[in-house]
Design a protein around this ligand. Structure first.
Ligand code: NAP
Length: 325
């Protein structure tokens, strides 16, 4: 059998995967032909092959593409699917795990999420798919790591339901209050940079970054936990605006947020968001871990620092997931 290709990346066309790929190529100077880029869309082939990268189609919904894509691969970077329905997402992830097992992949690096920190206690809806996937990886017998990625600071418009036209951010009255929420936000680019370093150096060369719990978790967070209301202050500093915060009772907040939402998100979306915001208030993403700083070799940006920078660079900043499909 030929020597396995060292790295296969899923999610290469997305924001996080693209950053991992560019760090591998331009920071670590990994030869492009030792990396396989993938996408669900075959027409992306030329975009990668023109850079001397290998390319394979990998669609989590089409098991046959995964069986073919994962053949003879040492490290599989398994990006969690962007599917929002947990049942469908679990089915996609099960396909990835079964195909990786069948292909005999050397190690799976699963990109999970940091809600619940090192435990499984968060009630946030989408986090349940990550817990489930980690369990399946554990039961599969595969050699795997769960990279629990901190809540993206870049996704602040989603967290606040903020648009460039917003004059007042609406927040639900919760207990503990949102002013006391604590989130160790992390920037997507820094997460990507750190993941590339892990893939290149391997755990063996990084004794202070060791996976924890039976789920082999590496928790990647920003340097401090900040309240989501602090992000509004960062927007105002970066854009020189005076966006305010209005607090509403939860039911009223759902109604008011869903009414004429600029992104077209409906009531059900905000009902799920209420659970999300409650999780942030309960400290689901509060734990700060030094692993990201160790991997970057510098202090990571905090959530407010990233937000202030992003909106000062681009006052019309938007986040794709803030808009209904
Ligand atoms: N930490 C956080 O706060 C946070 C925030 C938002 C999202 N996330 C999670 O992190 C992931 C990556 O984030 P991102 O910002 O890079 O997302 P993104 O820009 O939306 O990119 C998603 C990537 O996932 C790939 N993908 C999605 N569904 C797939 C499927 N069924 N089969 C194969 N590939 C699939 C897409 O590939 P193709 O379209 O080329 O096939 C694309 O490259 C997301 O999918 C989501 O699970 C985390």
């Amino acid at each position: 059998m030929p020597t396995p290709t060292p790295i296969l990346l899923t999610g290469t066309t997305g924001g996080l995967g693209a950053k991992i790929l560019s760090s591998l190529l331009h920071t670590h100077h990994i030869p492009p032909n030792s990396i396989i880029a993938t996408s669900r869309t075959a027409s992306n082939r030329s975009r990668y092959e023109s850079q001397n990268l290998q390319f394979r189609v990998a669609d989590y919904n089409r098991r046959a593409t995964l069986d073919e894509a994962f053949a003879n691969v040492e490290n599989l970077l398994f990006m969690s699917s962007s599917e929002r329905d947990n049942e469908k997402r679990n089915a996609e992830h099960a396909n990835v795990i079964e195909a990786a097992k069948k292909a005999g992949v050397g190690r799976v690096w699963y990109v999970s999420l940091a809600f619940g920190s090192l435990g499984d206690g968060s009630k946030i809806g989408f986090q349940q798919a990550h817990y489930w996937t980690e369990d399946q990886l554990k039961f599969s017998g595969l050699n795997f790591i769960s990279l629990r990625a901190g809540s993206y600071s870049d996704a602040f418009p989603l967290v606040l339901n903020w648009y460039p036209s917003t004059r007042t951010v609406l927040m639900p009255n919760l207990n503990p209050p949102v002013t006391e929420s604590k989130v160790a936000f992390a920037s997507r680019d820094e997460l990507g940079e750190a993941m590339a370093t892990l893939l290149v150096r391997g755990l063996e060369a990084l004794p202070s970054v060791q996976p924890r719990t039976e789920k082999n978790i590496i928790l990647l967070t920003g340097p401090k936990a900040e309240s989501i209301v602090d992000l509004v202050g960062a927007i105002n500093r970066g854009r020189r605006t005076d966006v305010g915060v209005e607090y509403l009772e939860p039911e009223e907040w759902i109604e008011a947020s869903a009414k004429d939402d600029e992104g077209g998100k409906g009531r059900a979306w905000f009902e799920a968001r209420l659970v999300f915001v409650q999780g942030l208030c309960d400290g689901d993403a509060e734990l700060v871990d030094p692993a990201l700083e160790t991997l970057l070799g510098r202090r990571p940006e905090s959530g407010t620092e990233t937000v202030e920078r992003l909106v000062s660079e681009k006052p019309g900043y938007t986040w794709h997931q803030n808009h209904a499909r």
